[in-house]
Design a protein around this ligand. Sequence first.
Ligand SMILES: [Zn+2]
Length: 265
Amino acid sequence: MQYEGVLSKMETEFAAQIQYYLTFENSFLNVNQALDKNIEISFLGYQCLNCSKKKKIFRQGFCYDCFYSSPAVGDWIMRPELSTAHLGIADRDLDYETRVQLQPHVVYLALSSEIKVGVTRKTQIPTRWIDQGACEAVSIVEVPNRYLAGITEVALKNHFVDKTNWRKMLQNEVLTLDLIAEKTNIFDKLPEEVKPYFNPDLDEHFVLKYPVLRYPKKVTGLNLDKTPNFTGRLIGIKGQYLIFEDGTVFNVRSFEGYVIGMNIL
Ligand SMILES: [Zn+2]
């Protein structure tokens, strides 16, 4: 089976075992069905996810010009505490920012190797956790805008990491830690203005199971710029990564906007 098109992050479906889909213009692939098969990936070119021009991808699937002009990649995306739409102040496009920032956001704890704190729009649950390869997650607060979520995350960064250790996540080196116990101790660490939004529900505890046949002992990232042709046997999918038998891992998210050919052998 042969697929070709612009790469964008895998769509996911929360199920007993998480389902992954790669969607191309005229076709899609349920990646789970490619497990234990050889996959060939070839780099064919670039196509910016924003302007569709065949320009080199700079970051997050966007060309340089789009990355520095589109409201979809403002600094407040990666640093929610910089959000200003709740004050009526624009970063790049107030209409866009109002739509995205002034909606319910959740601050959560997730376990992918150790306990991490993070922020997501409520509509992105559990997608966000799947994308990070978390095996468990609990929500801490649900707030009405992105700014309040951001300042909560900043306060909790004193107690938890805020980045996923992708190597440990892919090697399944996960510490045995109790997310619910952490949540019961967290209230005093919240900013005062966020305390009224604490979610006391301890039963809301997500457990996520990934389609992985076996975990690699050592992992090396595939870089399509340096290795434009790669063939390997797929042994797992976790987070936004394809995991191959030889320890090569392909972060689909890092290559959004790349035009690729994919051949399931
Ligand atoms: Zn562009």
